[in-house]
Design a binder for this molecule. Structure first.
Ligand SMILES: NC(=O)C1=CN([C@@H]2O[C@H](COP(=O)(O)OP(=O)(O)OC[C@H]3O[C@@H](n4cnc5c(N)ncnc54)[C@H](OP(=O)(O)O)[C@@H]3O)[C@@H](O)[C@H]2O)C=CC1
Ligand SMILES: N[C@@H](CC(=O)OP(=O)(O)O)C(=O)O
Length: 351
């Protein structure tokens, strides 16, 4: 693949930013060249200002880097963004206008009519929207590619094979989302310990809309959203990492539990065909024990890049139900962006 490409990480000191720095350490195609933060950390050494919340210590090279202010010019051609929603949108658009290839976790551009919202195993063909994005916005080399919300991504990874094989008419999902999903320090411990908080602002709407874009198609008339009814309830639970989701589906045609399990377990997509460096060998891992998946046991399967499905069984109201679990800051955030960038590199968009 030739020389490694320099990348900048925006929001490098946060929960997702730290994951970027960790996952990009020793990456075969990308090299972290710039770390970007707010006034709070700008000008200081990353190792000094970053309250590292992951195992081990920050990679040595990153720890010695000076954090840049987000208004300073970015030199790297590729940008990974872990900026807070609301702040990200404008910063990312101006970087793309300067020619940067921007891969973002933030919500701001996900539903834009010319921006791919991508999971490479699900809708790699949506990359075609980049051409329209550039034409519409007058950008020559730059672009924005987004990855979904951390609950949506694991839900849709599990839905896609079933959508293709049987069709899905209705979906009900209840999430149990980890504390790290709220960033650091996130929800106060007094609010979360011994408790379940039955509301996460904006989360249900994101799951309900992003799913339709992801399962939909992209063509000359733009994005066509998938036609399914979906209802989400989102809760925050005292788990450190890993979002769990209880899902019930009404399928387009009847299928046995065995067929559903077989379709899920055998699913492979473009990243597996291409052997991308961050691709899990099995994007969906199916467990058959009646007490799996569990965050503490299953969130790091396939280096945190898989969705783990279990408890597949008939549903008394719809057709089938199951539980899906996935790591929220790896496949749900930084790992998802990196996989998108790997796909686009192979497809020539980073040349
Ligand atoms: N946590 C998760 O599971 C997921 C998060 N996301 C999304 O990823 C993004 C980052 O989330 P997360 O890491 O949890 O958030 P954090 O609150 O942990 O981190 C926010 C980061 O953004 C920087 N920042 C804050 N304000 C500004 C500003 N005004 N200008 C520039 N930089 C700023 C902070 O820098 P400094 O420390 O210097 O102040 C910090 O590096 C969000 O858009 C979030 O919605 C997406 C999927 C999952
Ligand atoms: N809201 C998610 C994390 C997040 O930031 O989502 P989004 O990127 O869609 O804003 C959670 O609480 O777990």
């Amino acid at each position: 693949m030739g020389e490694r490409i320099d990348v900048a990480v925006l929001g490098a000191t946060g929960s997702v930013g730290q994951r970027f720095v960790q996952l990009l350490d020793g990456h075969p195609w990308f090299r972290v060249a710039e770390l970007v933060g707010s006034e709070r950390s700008a000008g200081k050494r990353y190792g000094e200002v970053c309250d590292w919340r992951l195992s081990d210590a920050p990679p040595r090279e990153a720890a010695e880097m000076r954090v840049q202010h987000y208004e300073e010019p970015v030199r790297s051609p590729v940008v990974f963004s872990a900026l807070p929603g609301g702040i990200a949108g404008e910063v990312e658009a101006s970087l793309a206008a300067e020619g940067k290839r921007v891969f973002t976790n933030a919500r701001d551009h996900r539903m834009d009519p010319d921006v791919p919202l991508m999971i490479p195993e699900v809708n790699a063909d949506h990359v075609a929207a980049i051409q329209a994005q550039r034409e519409r916005r007058g950008w020559k080399d730059g672009f924005i590619v987004t990855n979904p919300n951390c609950s949506t991504i694991h839900l849709v990874l599990a839905l896609k094979p079933l959508w293709d094989a049987f069709g899905i008419e209705q979906a009900m999902v209840t999430t149990l989302q980890a504390a790290s999903g709220a960033g650091y320090p996130g929800v106060p411990s007094m609010d979360l310990i011994d408790n379940v908080v039955p509301f996460i602002g904006g989360e249900e709407e994101k799951i309900e809309t992003e799913t339709k874009k992801l399962l939909g198609s992209y063509g000359p008339d733009g994005f066509r959203y998938a036609d399914l009814a979906i209802s989400a309830t989102c809760t925050r639970v005292p788990v450190r990492d890993g979002h769990t989701e209880a899902v019930s589906l009404k399928l387009g045609r009847k299928a046995s539990v065995e067929e559903v399990v077989e379709i899920l377990a055998s699913y492979r997509g473009r990243p597996q065909e291409l052997g991308l460096p961050s691709a899990p060998e099995r994007p969906i891992v199916v467990r058959t024990e009646n007490d799996r998946p569990q965050p503490i046991l299953d969130r790091n399967v396939e280096r945190g890049m898989a969705s783990v499905v279990g408890r597949v069984r008939p549903c008394n109201v719809f057709d089938v139900r199951f539980v899906v679990l996935g790591h929220n800051t790896i496949r749900g955030a930084a790992g998802a962006s990196i996989l998108n960038a790997e796909l686009l590199r192979v497809e020539g968009y980073l040349d």
